[in-house]
Ligand binder design. Structure first.
Ligand code: NAI
Length: 478
């Protein structure tokens, strides 16, 4: 038996590493087990989000946006540019540099907080012992902990009708490293990953077709926002085919044939490469020894209560491996809350005010309830919206498409939902989260001074529109 810890965290992604740092801040002796090996063959912290998810995809989104702006829209500003070229290897190298700086930053934070990074595969044994199997050969070491936090994340669902191959049929990870631009790209799943990566490769010149099994586009978003987003993305050339279910993929030497069914029957589509992005599942393989008796839920996730406690006292689970949305910031909040609970505090997570963001252009972001959810729950509400077409800053930015919608409870006027499709929606939504966290009414937002000209004024105007008094719009009579 080796060292004893107050807390051992298994998994060093945004749920696990944040839990480790917060626990160390609170004076505990902490270790974090992580086995990730990066592209250079070196161990890395940060999990899916930093290595092959949120961060690298944002790097590529930014590069592809800049390329599209310069190649196609510079003229709008009176700038003429000739011979614009895209060097995808340089783009990928830039992305890799950002990833390595950020993952290196986590390693530095671990050092500063005196957190032991145990490199290897962690398995929870009985009596809150954790075995760590080293990355290369060698025997496992067993450590004792007073508390264990499981934060092993998620992995992509695979589709038997589109098995991953070499670099031609890939998941999110493979699609971050292509150094040539596919002429024809097929994507399965018009979810967050499909839309973000589809946008990257379309901007770089691929013809992109997205097959989505559901008949509704972005079924969990507010319908009006989803319709607006679909219109904008289609205008850009993303060919989104709803109600289309893949049945088989023929892998030929020179092309891939996607076979799928839609309302008109059986269809085929020839492409050069494919991305499979049909959701993710909790990763629990070899995380817990069988005799531990850890309870799972009906969907194969680790079963936890509102405080992220499992059925075993002193064992917690956070992030993608438990119920709730698979979002990095949700996992991080759970990590902080669990560390504080272990330290004897009474933290609270407001899951109702968790923002969602899809980094397309325009961006899509929301927090709280949609109109459809409120209708179904029989809650009376008032909604006000404002379009970016009437926002001076958005026009100056050449990004005046989309809208903001503020929804307030009819009786109390409390803001219960804010939905945005438009420029910098990922940043704007933070204002809505703060307003809702502070239990603001739409009148509070309406009476707040917003800087002019700014994109944020659209939130102000939408809040004014709840009461039919937006200034720069024709208000509907109430
Ligand atoms: P997703 O759940 O967002 O979307 C998957 C889509 O695939 C759904 O629309 C589903 O109806 C469709 N689908 C499922 N089976 C299909 C089939 N056989 N044929 C056609 N369509 C099919 O999952 P995605 O995009 O893979 O992302 C995984 C997770 O990662 C999500 O939970 C997401 O929240 C998270 N993520 C979050 C990001 C962000 O916050 N910006 C960025 C990337 C991922």
């Amino acid at each position: 038996m080796s060292d004893k810890y107050d807390v051992i965290v298994i998994g060093g992604g945004p749920a696990g590493y944040v839990a480790a740092i917060r626990a160390a801040q609170l004076g505990m002796k902490v270790a974090c087990v992580e086995r990730w090996i990066n592209k250079e063959g070196k161990p890395a912290l940060g999990g899916t989000c930093l290595n092959v998810g949120c961060i690298p995809s944002k790097a590529l989104l930014e590069s592809s946006e800049q390329y599209e702006e310069i190649a196609h829209h510079a003229g709008d500003h009176g700038i003429s540019v000739d011979g614009v070229q895209m060097d995808t290897s340089a783009m990928v190298a830039r992305k890799d540099k950002i990833v390595s700086e950020l993952t290196g930053g986590i390693a530095a934070l671990f050092k500063a907080n005196k957190i032991d990074w145990l490199q290897g595969t962690g398995t929870l044994l009985a009596d809150k012992q954790v075995s760590v199997t080293p990355l290369e050969e060698g025997d496992a070491t067993v450590y004792q902990a007073d508390n264990v936090i499981l934060a092993t994340g998620s992995v992509p669902f695979e589709l038997p009708s589109a098995p991953l191959t070499d670099d031609r049929i890939v998941d999110n990870e493979g699609a971050l490293n292509w150094e040539t631009i596919p002429k024809r790209l097929g994507i399965i799943g018009a979810g967050v990953i499909g839309l973000e990566l589809g946008s990257v490769w379309r901007r770089l010149g691929s013809e992109v077709v997205v097959l989505e099994a559901m008949d509704d586009f972005l079924g969990t978003a507010d319908k009006q926002i989803a319709r607006t987003a679909q219109r904008e993305l289609s205008k850009q050339g993303l060919d989104i085919r709803l109600g289309s279910r893949i049945t088989n993929t023929q892998i030929n030497d020179d092309e891939l044939i996607m076979e799928y069914t839609d309302k008109d029957g059986e269809q085929t589509l020839a492409v050069d490469r494919m991305i499979v992005s049909v959701g993710r599942r909790a990763y629990t393989e070899s995380v817990v020894a069988e005799d531990v008796g850890l309870q799972m839920d009906e969907r194969g996730r680790i079963d936890v209560n509102d405080h992220c406690e499992t059925n075993i006292p002193g064992v917690y689970a956070v992030g993608d491996v438990v119920r709730g949305p698979m979002l990095a910031h949700k996992g991080s909040e759970e990590g902080v809350a669990v560390a504080e609970r272990i330290a004897g505090q009474q933290p609270h997570i407001d899951y109702d005010n968790c923002p969602w963001v899809i980094y397309t252009q325009p961006e899509i972001a929301w927090v709280g309830k949609t109109e459809e959810e409120l209708k179904e729950a029989g809650v009376s509400y008032r909604a006000g919206s404002f379009t970016f077409a009437a926002n001076g800053r958005a026009k100056a930015m050449n990004q005046a498409s989309g809208m903001v919608k503020v929804i307030a409870d009819e009786a109390s006027d409390r803001v219960v939902g804010v939905h945005i499709v438009g420029p910098m929606a990922s940043e704007l939504i933070g204002q809505a989260v703060i307003a809702m966290e502070s239990e603001n009414t739409s009148e509070d937002l309406a009476r707040t001074i917003f800087a002019h000209p700014s994109l944020s004024e659209s939130i102000h105007e939408a809040a004014l529109a709840v009461d039919g008094r937006a200034i720069h719009a024709m208000n509907r009579r109430r």
